[in-house]
Design a protein around this ligand. Structure first.
Ligand code: ADP
Ligand code: MG
Length: 370
């Protein structure tokens, strides 16, 4: 089911003397979610992710704008008539019911022509349980399950009516690191197996990047950028998006374009064609190449070996953060000095941003001296 958000806006009124200001939680959201895709809705806490999800589910009414499921304008429909499945962070299972009863619950409330026979209900519950691989646990109570298993039950319960759209709000946040990884792969598998259009909300960029067909990056209720995860990572439109995606974070320096060179401090790091101005220079950790006569000079703080790669932690007066993090391969280690590290920078890993607006500035560059 294709989902279309049209100028979707949600304002919350101020609450009393302590919070007198109106909050625009979602501000003119426009997006078309292709049928059968998994969308990662991503942004820091408070940016409007849950509000967006609740608008799509019908739990909240928009202040303005419209929502379509395919051809249907669902903006005025109550949640139960939209054909959605919802999963929250805290599972929200009924503790006194068994797994089977929890999964059956949404089916038992069907009325009129949708009403199912006992046998049909059991078959559907069994099928949903099989999808999330908990069909062996049907007689247990939620208290007898691990967090990961409880979340699977919650997903099965959301799937049992075969929703048109599956909405997941930070579904992995309560799980430990290993289960988080495993369950996110599971969610991807289930989504691909069922073909249900899915919106997955998270504040974790890695989570969203790893399983989404497209990501939507939000800040302060406003969509910053949408696209395939790798495209957004490779081509961020502003400093916020550049910083939000990637671990370790992109390194940001005060820089200047002067005489067809890009300077970081005193170091001319790239040849560049562009207007003379001050800029922010963002360099991805993988954009540094250790080189004895490299143009960028940094003080060495430490070296962390992480299996195949090495993280070289340095400092530089022009850096906004106290540490500059680069990821290099082990073979290049020989080129790191004992107190200083010199780097060449890869032009396609360097991004420039306007110092006022923090919007991306596009330019042509080459490595110095080429
Ligand atoms: P996220 O899920 O990205 O953390 P939310 O959508 O929950 O963010 O919240 C977005 C903004 O809207 C926040 O500033 C939050 O305080 C505000 N907000 C959310 N729900 C309400 C509400 N019911 N009343 C007033 N303000 C709200
Ligand atoms: Mg939220």
């Amino acid at each position: 089911m294709e989902v279309i958000l049209q100028n979707l806006t949600k304002k919350f009124p101020g609450r009393g003397r302590k919070n007198p200001d109106e909050v625009t939680a979602v501000n003119d959201f426009n997006f078309e979610i292709p049928d059968g895709s998994l969308i990662g809705l991503l942004g820091p806490s408070g940016c409007g992710k849950s509000t967006t999800l609740h608008l799509i589910s019908g739990l909240l009414k928009p202040t303005s704008g419209k929502i379509f499921f395919g051809e249907d304008d669902v903006t005025g429909l109550p949640p139960e008539n939209r054909g959605i499945g919802l999963v929250f962070q805290n599972y929200a299972l009924y503790p006194h019911l068994t797994v089977k009863q929890n999964i059956l619950f949404p089916l038992e409330n069907l009325k009129g022509k949708d009403k199912l026979s006992k046998q049909e209900m059991l078959e559907k519950a069994q099928e949903a349980a099989r999808l999330v691989q908990i069909d062996g646990l049907m007689e247990r109570k939620p208290g007898e399950l691990s967090g990961g298993q409880q979340q699977r039950v919650a997903i099965a319960r959301a799937l049992v009516k075969m929703p048109r759209v599956l909405l997941l709000d930070e579904p992995l946040s309560n799980l430990d690191a290993r289960l988080r990884l495993q369950t996110r792969e599971e969610i991807r598998r289930i989504q691909q197996e069922t073909g249900i259009t899915t919106i997955f909300v998270t504040h974790d960029q890695e989570e969203a990047m790893s399983i989404s067909d497209q990501i939507v990056v939000m800040k302060d209720g406003i969509v910053q950028q949408t696209g395939k995860p790798q495209e957004v990572y490779d081509d961020p439109l502003n400093l916020f998006v550049a910083k939000f995606l990637g671990n370790p974070q992109i390194n940001v320096f005060h820089g200047e374009i002067k005489g067809n060179r890009l300077y970081i401090g005193e170091d001319a790091v790239l040849d560049i064609q562009g207007t003379e101005r001050e800029v922010y220079v963002g360099i991805r950790p993988e954009g540094f190449v250790p080189k004895a006569d490299g143009p960028l000079s940094c003080g060495l703080r430490g070296v962390e070996v992480m299996g195949r790669d090495i993280s070289v932690v340095t400092f530089n007066k022009a850096s906004l953060a106290p540490a500059v993090r680069s990821i290099i391969s082990t073979e290049n280690m020989a080129d790191i000095g004992s107190t200083t590290a010199r780097f060449a920078v890869l032009p396609h890993k360097v991004y420039l941003f306007d110092k006022e607006t923090e919007e991306r500035i596009y330019y042509k560059t080459e490595a110095v001296g080429q």
